[in-house]
Design a binder for this molecule. Structure first.
Ligand code: ZN
Ligand code: ZN
Length: 247
């Protein structure tokens, strides 16, 4: 059953299911090690890998994250490749060439892996929006796989920036130095600001693979406070359901 879309502030929001599965053995750890103090049961963590398509009333489209990519993606070492983003886009009536902007929340391979296909931009007419801090701190491997093939198509932004139709990106460092989230109307698309529902129950709970766990927790607390004050609706990348209304 596909996810259901919603409309916020005149913008249709389609959650797209790129993949579902556990983390590969190379980086999988028991949940209490992944989320210290948050998860006490060592059950299986089955991640959804999710992107979002935003379409305004004029038909302009923005893709938020590009999923894990093809069989040869850098994500293949730990995520269930290939991703199904392209089929999901077709399901909601969007062709790759229609996408005007691709917002990459951060350069981890499950969010940026589908940005490039066969060494070229997978969305040929799009600008790719990335925070300066994310590019400045990218590893040589990420520069080679993602950043250089995107080349001139990258639009580097700094901090909080509006795109169009009320769609904004906000710099939210911690998980990675240049992590960004997306705001449209009352909805916030959180990328990897939140990985697991235990971090909603207690936003101080760190994630093993946060680049700077303390900064990530401070950012998470700040953002969730603001989101709560503004209606409390989030769209996550890895929770079982796309949309969550904060208590
Ligand atoms: Zn990440
Ligand atoms: Zn992720």
């Amino acid at each position: 059953m596909p996810y259901q879309p919603m409309t916020v502030a005149g913008v249709e929001v389609f959650p797209l299911r790129d993949a579902v599965g556990p983390m590969g053995e190379s980086i999988r750890r028991p949940l209490p090690e992944m989320f210290p103090g948050g998860c006490h049961h060592d059950g299986d963590w089955v991640l959804h890998f999710r992107c979002y398509l935003l379409r305004d009333a004029a038909g302009r489209t923005v893709l938020v994250d590009t999923g894990i990519g093809a069989d040869d993606s850098p994500a293949a070492s730990w995520a269930p490749v290939p991703g199904e983003l392209m089929a999901e886009l077709a399901r909601v009536g969007a062709a790759p060439g229609d996408v005007e902007a691709v917002i990459i929340t951060h350069l981890h391979s499950d969010h940026a892996g589908g940005a490039v296909a066969d060494g070229a931009p997978a969305f040929p007419n799009a600008e790719y929006v990335l925070q300066r801090a994310e590019i400045d701190t990218a590893s040589e491997a990420v520069l080679g796989h993602i950043v250089r093939p995107l080349g001139e198509r990258i639009r580097v932004v700094d901090g909080d920036v509006g795109l169009f139709s009320g769609i904004r990106v906000l710099h939210t460092p911690g998980h990675t130095p240049g992590h960004q989230i997306v705001r449209v109307g009352e909805l916030t698309l959180t990328g990897d600001l939140l990985l697991h529902p235990s971090q909603l129950a207690d936003p101080k709970v760190p994630y093993l693979y946060d680049d700077d766990p303390e900064l990530a927790a401070r950012t998470r607390i700040e953002v969730l406070d603001r989101v709560r004050a503004e209606g409390g609706l989030i769209g996550t990348a890895h929770f079982p359901e796309p949309f969550t209304r904060l208590p």
